[in-house]
Write a protein that binds this ligand. Structure first.
Ligand code: 4FD
Length: 270
């Protein structure tokens, strides 16, 4: 996959390309990556990339001409690329979108600054608008890095331990189980005994339960309305439903024992 980032701050990217999984992907030729300065495509002595908005108001808008020239040049180098604008107005990025983008031959990321980019660029040059979440950044660069990071690790052959990308949070659309490493006791807290038992069937069962309870406690939205609301989600399996039912019964038992022993609450309370 050929990745091109168009930005007025290309210096933000070498530190990103030169570390970890992204670096390995470049070295292993799974991807090529470059950050191109939009200013290099701006005309005039000062290579201006922004201008005041028509209709007035504060803030600046990215001029269309340098952007169109930069996008055309990137497409000439990588004709099979999709051109993506990072913007709060885009479709919110998720693991499914990452999987889709990881199938493409090339991606050109356009990073806006200022108040936004001239609308005609969006109409005529942008294939897809992506947002990394409902908040505002000073520029699209960090959003582009987040998307690139999520996409590159899904490209076949990029992650060392195969299918480690396929097994983590969201690939199965539930959160991952808790993780532990040495020492066996840390500041008074032991590692769950089952993980030291060597019983792999028991460990698998514990991991399934751990992932499910963490999802219920931290991200209940991932369990609600499956799969109707989230077509990327599979329905829960029989086994997962049985685990949830066991907890339900256990909690009901605790409530029962409390009600039987406790005094009646004063009426009119909640
Ligand atoms: N949530 C995101 C992306 C960019 C950004 C910008 C138009 C503003 C947030 C185009 C307006 C780019 C996001 C730069 N803020 N700011 O993904």
């Amino acid at each position: 996959m050929d990745i091109t980032v168009l930005t007025i701050f290309p210096e933000m990217f070498p530190g990103f390309w030169e570390h970890g999984i992204i670096r390995r992907a470049i070295e292993g030729e799974a991807i090529s990556a470059s950050a191109v300065n939009i200013r290099d495509y701006a005309e005039g002595r000062h290579h201006v990339t922004d201008d005041r908005p028509y209709g007035g108001g504060c803030g600046m808008v990215m001029k269309p001409e340098p952007l169109s020239a930069a996008i055309r040049a990137a497409r000439e180098k990588h004709p099979w690329s999709r051109t993506v604008l990072l913007t709060p107005q885009g479709r919110v990025f998720d693991q499914r979108a990452a999987r889709e983008l990881s199938q493409l031959d090339g991606l050109i990321f356009v990073c806006g600054r200022y108040e936004g980019v001239d609308e005609r660029i969006i109409e005529d040059y942008i294939d897809e608008e992506i947002s990394i979440g409902d908040y505002v950044l000073t520029g699209g660069e960090i959003a582009a890095m987040a998307v690139i990071d999520a996409v590159v690790r899904l490209i076949p052959g990029v992650l060392g331990g195969e299918d480690s990308a396929g097994k983590d949070s969201f690939s199965e659309d539930l959160l991952e189980h808790a993780h532990y490493t040495r020492p066996p006791h840390f500041e008074g807290t032991p590692v769950p005994e089952v993980l030291l038992s060597g019983n792999h069937a028991k460990i698998e069962q514990w991991r399934l339960e751990s992932g499910l309870i963490r999802t219920f406690l931290k991200r209940p939205d991932l369990l609600e309305n499956r799969p109707q609301n989230r077509p990327q989600n599979r329905p829960l399996t029989r086994e997962e439903i049985d685990i949830l039912k066991r907890w339900c019964r256990e909690i009901e038992g605790i409530i029962q024992s409390q009600t039987l022993c406790g005094a009646d609450p004063p009426s009119g309370g909640q």
